[in-house]
Design a protein. Structure first.
Length: 278
């Protein structure tokens, strides 16, 4: 049986700078509902709850733990450029689940989890994403989906860099660690990596794979002709992603000197020959 763990980067269509991005993760055994990423950051979450006063309670822990979809918000610190320009923080994390507005204290939004500007990506991964990876390795499809305006920190969170690896490299390493820890099972991992640019799907692992079609069959939705590469180690998977990044559309915006101008979907497909769940 194959299971998929997908990770996606998506910009929301919103004017003005905002230093927070959201991560949605889901784990379920049936097809997903689509997520509307076009509303404003504070109201974009399917799971966010507007709290009208300081005294309102956050959703009960028990209620949240039943959900297949969780929504988290990560605030990045102001950049040197923003500090120089005298930018001020408008929204901030009040504890682990509440987002508040500096100018309107009566407005607050509750999320499954809120991370402040000093939180490391490792911590975001452990709290908000790791369960989707361990679930996928057990046979439950999962998606980690990052969205936010340009320069809000999606690439930093999902890809990261050498000093602070993002959710994708951490997930790939985790998947291989799980395989090593379960020698009685036979796994095979494959990866695919695509971009959606101007509503056109391009295969980032195969430069010839341009303008691919999205199809549906009894198993679900798939991209016709997408290349799926077998990966043998974390370094192998990460080198494929790095090669794929070379083919990606990037540019500059007023808010981000190196802005990813496309949405991307990285998929890790796990095949297990002798798992109980298969
Ligand atoms: N948590 C963080 N801590 C420190 N710096 C961060 C953090 N998040 C983002 N940054 C920095 O902020 C800048 C913008 O982040 P990033 O490129 O990840 O945004 P983005 O949402 O991917 O933007 P775009 O949609 O334009 O590609 C980068 O210089 C990045 O290094």
């Amino acid at each position: 049986m194959t299971t998929r763990i997908g990770s996606k980067n998506k910009k929301v269509n919103s004017k003005g700078a905002n230093s927070s991005s959201s991560t949605t993760s889901s784990s379920k055994q049936y097809p997903e509902v689509s997520i509307d990423g076009l509303s404003s950051p504070a109201s974009s979450s399917m799971r966010s709850k507007l709290l009208h006063s300081h005294s309102d309670n956050i959703p009960a822990e028990a209620e949240r733990s039943k959900e297949n979809v969780t929504v988290t918000v990560r605030f990045r610190p102001l950049s040197q450029r923003e500090i120089r320009q005298g930018e001020e923080i408008a929204w901030y994390a009040d504890g682990d689940t509440i987002v508040r507005n500096e100018n309107t204290p009566s407005i607050a939004y509750a999320y499954d989890r809120v991370f402040g500007p000093t939180t490391t990506t490792r911590h975001v991964y452990d709290v908000a994403a790791q369960h989707a990876i361990s679930g996928a390795m057990e046979g439950i499809n999962g998606t980690i989906f990052a969205y936010g305006v340009t320069s809000s920190g999606k690439t930093h969170t999902m890809h990261g860099d050498q000093r602070s690896p993002g959710i994708i490299p951490l997930a790939v390493k985790d998947a291989f660690s799980i395989i090593q820890e379960t020698p009685n099972r036979e796994f095979l991992l494959r990866v695919s990596y695509l971009e959606i640019y101007n509503e056109v799907v391009n295969d980032l692992l195969n430069p010839a794979g341009q303008n691919l079609r999205i199809r549906e069959d009894a198993q679900g939705t798939f991209v016709e002709g997408i290349k799926e590469e077998v990966v043998l180690s974390p370094a192998h998977a990460l080198s494929l992603i790095a090669a794929g990044e070379e083919h990606r559309h990037v540019g500059s915006t007023n808010f981000n000197l190196l802005s990813s101008r496309s949405h991307t979907i990285f998929t890790l497909i796990r095949f297990c020959r002798n798992c109980k769940t298969c």
